[in-house]
Design a protein around this ligand. Structure first.
Ligand SMILES: *Cc1c(COP(=O)(O)O)cnc(C)c1O
Length: 469
C-alpha cells in the first residue's frame, strides 16, 4: 500500500492543470485567476481526502481522472448565485430559514422603479429642500393605525425588530431600569435574547415575578427611582399552559399611566390583518395595542405584515421623536429598497387588497382550494415507483407568530418502495429549483399552501423526475 507521501507526489501541480489540454476552453472563457482558484479548491479537497485516509492508490487514480470535470463544476458554481429560489412545500408560511415573507408584485415593481433611478428619498420636491426618508411610510402607518382620528402616533423604520427593541430601550431607559416579567425573558432564536439586548442598550434589567406567574403587584413593587420603562414581550414562539398568571395589558397600561413610566410592547409579528377571520385567536394586533394605550410597540416587517425585513416602532410621537434623534437610529436605519417595499405593502393594506400580499393570500387559502390543487398535481405526477396519497394535515404560520396556531390543509404524502423518506426528500432538494418538504412517520409531506400556484407544474415535474431516478 502506498504511503500518504507517495499519494501526495502523484498530485498534478496547479500549473500542469492550468495549461493542460482539458481545461483550455474553460481557461479562455473564465480567465486565469478564476480557473486557478477553482483548481486550488479542487486540489485542496483531494489533499484533505488523502490526509483523512479516505483514498488509496486506486481511489486517487479515479479521482485524478475526474479532476478536469471537478474544476469545471467548481468554476460553474463560483460564477453562479449562491442565494437562489427554492420551493417551500413545508406549509410553514413564515419560514425563517427560507426568507420569511415573500414580497408582493407591487413591492417588487416599486423597488425596481425607485431603486434603478434617482428618487426623492430625502428630498422634498415641492420646496426643493432636503427631506426626511421616514415620511414615505409614516403617513401610511398613520392612516392604517389611527384611521381618521387625530391620535398623535408616529412610526419609524430600522433594520429589524431586534434593532427596534435596542433603539427603544437605549433611547428610553439608558442608565436606568427596565421592568420586565421573568416569564417573558425569551430567546427568539439566532441567539437573540431579551436580557442580552437590554445590557447592550445600557439599561439594567429589573426582573419581576416568576417564570409562570407574574402579578401586577410585582411590577408595582419594582418601580423605584431608577425605573424608566415597563417592557412587555409577546411570547411569540412558545406557549405557557397550566398554573400561570400575567397581568392584562389593560392593567399594565393603568400602572404605566399612574406612575408615568412608558410601556413598550415587543409584539414580534406585528399584525394588521385580523387573524380571527381564519380561526386564529389571541394574536395581538398593532392597532389593538396602540388603541388600548401602549406607548410604543415594536414589530417585524417581514412576519405577519408580509413586507420586507425591517423593524417598526409605532407609538407616541414625542417618544418616537426621541428615538429618531438618537445617533443609534442613524446606524440602524434602512435603505430605499426597504422603504419602497414597505410603502407598496402598506398601500395594499389601505386598499384592503389582501390577496396582493403573498403571505396573507396563503393564510386565507381554504383546505378545499389546496385539496383541488393537490389532486390535480397527484394525477399529473402519477408513476409506478412513487405512491402519492392525499392526507389531512396542518399548516403553521411560523416566524414567531401564533405559536400553536394551525390552519387545516390537504397534504400530498409520498412514499416509495425503493428508497427511504429521507432519501426521497434529499432527491427533491436536489431538483432545480430545490423543493423543501417535511418528513413525518416515514413519508414525505408536501403542503401546497406555501407553494405558489404557478410552481405546481415544477413540483409535478420534480415528482416524475425523482420517481424515474
Ligand atoms: C421575531 C421576533 C423578534 C425578532 O425580530 P427580527 O425582525 O427577526 O429581528 C423579536 N421579538 C419577538 C417577540 C419576535 O417574535
Amino acid at each position: 500500500m502506498k504511503s500518504k507521501a507517495e499519494l501526495f507526489r502523484q498530485l498534478p501541480s496547479v500549473d500542469e492543470l492550468l495549461h493542460g489540454a482539458d481545461l483550455g476552453p474553460r481557461l479562455a472563457q473564465e480567465g486565469q485567476a478564476a480557473t486557478t482558484d477553482a483548481i486550488r479548491t479542487v486540489l485542496a479537497d483531494v489533499r484533505s481526502q488523502i490526509v483523512a485516509g479516505r483514498l488509496d492508490a486506486e481511489g486517487l487514480d479515479l479521482l485524478l481522472a475526474e479532476i478536469p470535470h471537478a474544476v469545471e463544476r467548481q468554476l460553474r458554481a463560483s460564477v453562479s448565485f449562491s442565494l437562489a429560489p427554492v420551493i417551500n412545500a413545508t406549509g410553514v408560511i413564515l419560514h425563517t430559514n427560507l426568507g420569511r415573507a415573500p414580497l408582493s408584485e407591487a413591492a417588487l415593481d416599486h423597488i425596481r422603479e425607485t431603486a434603478s433611478r434617482y428618487s426623492n428619498l430625502e428630498f422634498d420636491v415641492a420646496s426643493g429642500e432636503r427631506g426626511e426618508r421616514d415620511v414615505h411610510v409614516d403617513r401610511l402607518f398613520q392612516r392604517l393605525i389611527t384611521g381618521n382620528t387625530a391620535a398623535d402616533i408616529s412610526t419609524i423604520v430600522v433594520n429589524n425588530n431586534a434593532a427596534a427593541i435596542l433603539l427603544a430601550l437605549n433611547t428610553l431607559a439608558e442608565g436606568g431600569e427596565v421592568i420586565a416579567s421573568r416569564g417573558e425573558l425569551v430567546e427568539i432564536g439566532g441567539s437573540f435574547r431579551i436580557p442580552d439586548i437590554l445590557s447592550k442598550s445600557n439599561a439594567t434589567l429589573r426582573e419581576v415575578g416568576t417564570t409562570n406567574r407574574t402579578r401586577l403587584s410585582d411590577y408595582e413593587r419594582a418601580i423605584g427611582d431608577k425605573a424608566r420603562l415597563l417592557l412587555r414581550v409577546h411570547r411569540s414562539n412558545f406557549e405557557m399552559a397550566g398554573f400561570t398568571e400575567q397581568p392584562s395589558l389593560k392593567e399594565l397600561i393603568g400602572l404605566s399611566r399612574q406612575r408615568n413610566i412608558p410601556l413598550v410592547e415587543d409584539l414580534g409579528s406585528g399584525m394588521f390583518f385580523d387573524l380571527n377571520s381564519v380561526g386564529v385567536a389571541n394574536e395581538p394586533g398593532v392597532l389593538a395595542s396602540l388603541l388600548a394605550g401602549v406607548d410604543v410597540v415594536t414589530y417585524s416587517g417581514d412576519k405577519l405584515l408580509g413586507g420586507p425585513q425591517a423593524g417598526l416602532l409605532s407609538g407616541r410621537s414625542d417618544l418616537i421623536a426621541r428615538m429618531r434623534s438618537n445617533s443609534l437610529f442613524r446606524a440602524l436605519r434602512v435603505d430605499k429598497l426597504t422603504y419602497a417595499a414597505l410603502e407598496a405593502t402598506l398601500l395594499a393594506y389601505l386598499r384592503r387588497d389582501y390577496d396582493a400580499i403573498p403571505i396573507l393570500r396563503m393564510i386565507r387559502l381554504s383546505k378545499d382550494e389546496i385539496g383541488k390543487r393537490a389532486e390535480a398535481l397527484r394525477r399529473k405526477a402519477q408513476s409506478a415507483s412513487l405512491v402519492i396519497d392525499l392526507a389531512d394535515g396542518d399548516s403553521t404560520i411560523g416566524g414567531g407568530a401564533a405559536p400553536s396556531a394551525t390552519l387545516p390543509t390537504c397534504l400530498l404524502a409520498l412514499s416509495s418502495k425503493n428508497v427511504t423518506a429521507s432519501e426521497l426528500a434529499a432527491r427533491l432538494r436536489s431538483c432545480a429549483p430545490p423543493i423543501i418538504t417535511r418528513v413525518e412517520q416515514g413519508r414525505v409531506l408536501l403542503d401546497l399552501r406555501t407553494v405558489f400556484p404557478e410552481q405546481d407544474e415544477a413540483v409535478a415535474e420534480a415528482l416524475l423526475e425523482v420517481a424515474s431516478r
